[in-house]
Design a protein around this ligand. Structure first.
Ligand SMILES: [Zn+2]
Length: 166
């Protein structure tokens, strides 16, 4: 039996915002107001209880905040397509976009050259998950941003996928 080795702390990079508002494209960063760019990121999605999905996804990116913004509806459409034949029971389960991979590792994982455990070792979890609340129209006190309010989400480490057996 192989000895269980202690996992190194996951590598982290970027911040993440799962955009639930289809009507907001976030051409400007909701945090700093800079223009965002469209960039593809190899995203790693964890579906409860223990399924990893990889998705090379066009996202909005603020290079100043290193904030990746992905549309929730697009991620969920992809997830349904990815699991409906292989594991339809997973549809509707809790999920989390845990982080990104280097493109090379992403290709190797997609093509089956590396297994799920190695994929987990190579992924970069998000440094932080941000949520932005859209404040409904109205008038506001001085200093209160009229469009968005930032809430810090829970860090990604608490939902880091459990190690695969075998
Ligand atoms: Zn920004």
């Amino acid at each position: 039996m192989a000895e269980a080795k202690v996992n190194a702390p996951p590598k982290a990079r970027y911040r993440f915002f799962l955009n639930p508002h289809d009507e907001y494209a976030y051409t400007k960063c909701p945090k700093c107001g800079s223009k965002t760019k469209i960039r593809k990121f190899p995203l790693v999605i964890h579906i409860e209880p223990n399924q990893l999905l990889l998705l090379n996804k066009k996202c909005r990116f603020c290079s100043h905040c290193e904030l990746v913004i992905a549309r929730k509806s697009e991620i969920e459409t992809f997830m349904v397509e990815a699991v409906e034949k292989r594991a339809p029971d997973l549809i509707g389960n809790d999920y989390l976009v845990v982080g990104t991979m280097d493109r090379k590792d992403w290709h190797e994982s997609r093509s089956g050259k590396i297994d799920q455990a190695t994929t987990v070792e190579r992924l970069f979890v998000f440094q932080d998950v941000w949520k932005f609340k859209v404040i409904p129209g109205g008038w506001y006190r001085e200093g209160e941003h009229p469009l968005e309010r930032l809430e810090r989400g829970e860090g990604p480490e608490s939902v880091f996928p459990p190690k695969e057996k075998g």
